[in-house]
Design a protein around this ligand. Structure first.
Ligand SMILES: [Mg+2]
Length: 166
């Protein structure tokens, strides 16, 4: 059960700061794409997200998208906005996470993964031995995502002390 518990809970991706990560020795931030960075419904990032990406990079954090997606929108985003990506990552498997870490030569202790799903993102991060951060899904609009969220409620309740106060 412990491997389902995120280390830190944030309301939104853009609430994460370079300082927060650096204070914990994190230099590489792996990011889930769908519903963490962008909703399924658009390929166009908000200005807020773009500003945040810039802030993280200026703060010395290396960013890499690690997505289970096989759709073109992830590499298209990666190219357009200059953020590295690994797709078809098969989280909660660790292959994609390990691939991204190898690409940047980052150790487990220097790596965090942020995502919106307990059973893919958090579990994958914990299995790979990296820090697990969870944010609230941007969109929770399909019945399947709503049901999945219901399954996450007890885990999030258990981890409630790990909510980061902003
Ligand atoms: Mg997601």
């Amino acid at each position: 059960m412990l491997s389902f518990l995120p280390d830190y809970i944030f309301p939104r991706l853009t609430d994460l700061s370079p300082d927060f990560l650096q204070q914990r020795g994190i230099a590489l931030l792996l990011m889930d794409f769908d519903n963490t960075m962008l909703p399924y419904t658009t390929n166009v990032p908000s200005q807020e997200l773009l500003d945040w990406l810039e802030r993280m990079q200026a703060g010395g954090i290396t960013l890499c998208i690690v997505s289970n997606s096989h759709k073109k929108r992830v590499p298209a985003f990666s190219e357009a906005y200059g953020v590295a990506c690994v797709t078809r990552a098969a989280k909660p498997g660790t292959r994609g996470i390990r691939e991204a870490m190898e690409r940047f030569g980052a150790k487990q202790s220097e790596t965090a993964l942020v995502g919106d799903q307990i059973y893919t993102d958090v579990l994958g991060a914990k299995r790979a031995g990296v820090t697990a951060l969870i944010v609230k899904s941007i969109h929770n609009h399909t019945i399947w995502l709503k049901l999945r969220h219901l399954l996450e409620v007890p885990v999030l309740a258990m981890a409630r002390k790990r909510r980061v106060q902003l």
